[in-house]
Design a binder for this molecule. Sequence first.
Ligand SMILES: [Ca+2]
Length: 414
Amino acid sequence: MRPALRLSPQLAHAEAARSGARSAPRFFPALPARLQSMRLRALLFGTLLAATLVAGPVAARDLTVRTEAGSVKLTEVASGLQNPWSLAFLPDGRMLVTERPGQMRIVGRDGSVSAPIAGVPEVHARGQGGLLDVAVSPSFADDKLIVFSYAEPTAGGARTAVARARLDADGLRLEDVRRIFAQSEDPSGNHHWGSRLVFARDGTLFITLGDRFHSRERAQALDSHLGKVVRIAMDGSVPADNPLVGRADARPEIWSWGHRNVQGAALHPQTGELWTHEHGPQGGDEINRTRAGLNYGWPEVTYGREYVTGRKIGEGETRAGVEPPVLQFTPSIAPSGMAFYTGDVFPQWKGNLFVGALKFQLVARLVLEGDRVVHEERLFTELGRRIRDVRQGPDGHLWLLDETEGRILRLDPA
Ligand SMILES: [Ca+2]
């Protein structure tokens, strides 16, 4: 294997700015976050900053925006979170939320934020790493099982790992914590961990795994977990029908390969297929139907270009045997979080795919016809905040994680 490339400070900065952990808003950098937020809204609504301050923070925390489906209100349900990364609904409507520095909390239906849940393993909270995704088992009502992903510290560096645990929601404890997956390599560097978790309809678990940035050529190596989507059972075993099972040269957990950094994944509500999106480098963010045994190209086939130099990467934008994306974004929006909308609260949005964006600070609403995207609307650019996660709640509302300000937002018809 070639030695891993070291990331220059300039490149590291470019990458961190795109998809990383920055929590400060870009606007008015001399002001504290809350004042920045108020000032932005003051500008948006054509009111004075002083008037907003007098009006008090509560009213100013909500925002009504126009969309093609009419006016929509963004309601702040909870705040005070530190780099929130993932939101998962419990059957009773409460939410599990992860904070990248290493805390998991429960947020009540009234927005109350709990103390940290005990029992979360130590995480490597550096760069884009830390405590990442969380998902609730389809059989949670019976077994109280959850799964979560994190950057696991190792002697040599860190790697993406996934654990399962039983949640004592009232005791705020994780019990019987068992690691069920760890990436095959633990390269240095703090970028591109993946790692969304999605349960397939058969109860197996999809895990998306980044290329760890310095090791991108390993995304094409079938003896490596870098740059892959894998599929395992809840006990960590390999399902017998995984596509590479029985091949001596391949890791049997692999479902698909040639991925760069997948931070959004969801099951298509009709077909049950896994859809994902991934960060391109400079250009070439992708949305993919992520099917068994297929190569998604990175870093040999991509629409993206190198940071700083702008040089082409790999051999081109398409190649026989490489699955093309459903949609690619150039320039990159830096996608994170993804949900198909199936609720009744916004009937015009039924069947649409929603994708959060960090760098472009928006939510992309994608209208699908079969596997094709036939229309895109860019929502909530007025908000100007990094959207880390997009989820549909059991109440049929869409919910957002505002990473910049550490808030949970609910979308309501206005
Ligand atoms: Ca691709």
